[in-house]
Design a protein around this ligand. Sequence first.
Ligand SMILES: [Zn+2]
Ligand SMILES: [Zn+2]
Ligand SMILES: [Zn+2]
Length: 208
Amino acid sequence: MTPDQSSSPSCEGCGISRDLSLLLYNVRYRASQRRFCTNCVLKNHQGLFCPICFDVYDDSPPPHLRLICHKCPSLAHRSCVVASSDSDATPAFYLCPPCGDPKFTYFKLTSKNPTVAKENGDRDSVDLVAVSAQNGNSIRAVDMQSARVLVAAARIAASSMTKAAAAARIDAERRCKEAALARKKAREALEQVEYLAAKEKDAKGFSA
Ligand SMILES: [Zn+2]
Ligand SMILES: [Zn+2]
Ligand SMILES: [Zn+2]
């Protein structure tokens, strides 16, 4: 990802700054290129990943292995839903995490100090996989869950841009063909004009 200094580095979905969201991704969304934060990438691509284990689907899981959110297109592994709920039964009405809790965010940046967290036995932050130091004491940390969220968003953004690039290439080829056709038509029209002009000249020559 190349940082873009020329325009304001904030999410075009929710307006969060890159500082607070850690990463912004370029994605192709509704026929235009947008810059989204991790949350907005995931919120706008429900159905492409499991909102519990954050696996990105190559193909969506077969019907008997998945649950569809009652309110949105989000698909979860049935096993993930069962494992994360208190009962062993499959819920009659499954709601994905953001539909179940309006305040839910996929990605949260914690500002815990990983060393202190480790000493305190803080389970959430023990699995720290990425740490970015801000200024000495304040350390921003990404726990295992958030790391999975980041990977899912990055994979979705990458596949979105790959598809966009393929679409752009097809579009460019089509435009190229159209341009060639337009040039051919222009040449034919020009030849026609020249032919008519010559004919007119001949006719004038005869009548003079
Ligand atoms: Zn956003
Ligand atoms: Zn899952
Ligand atoms: Zn939902």
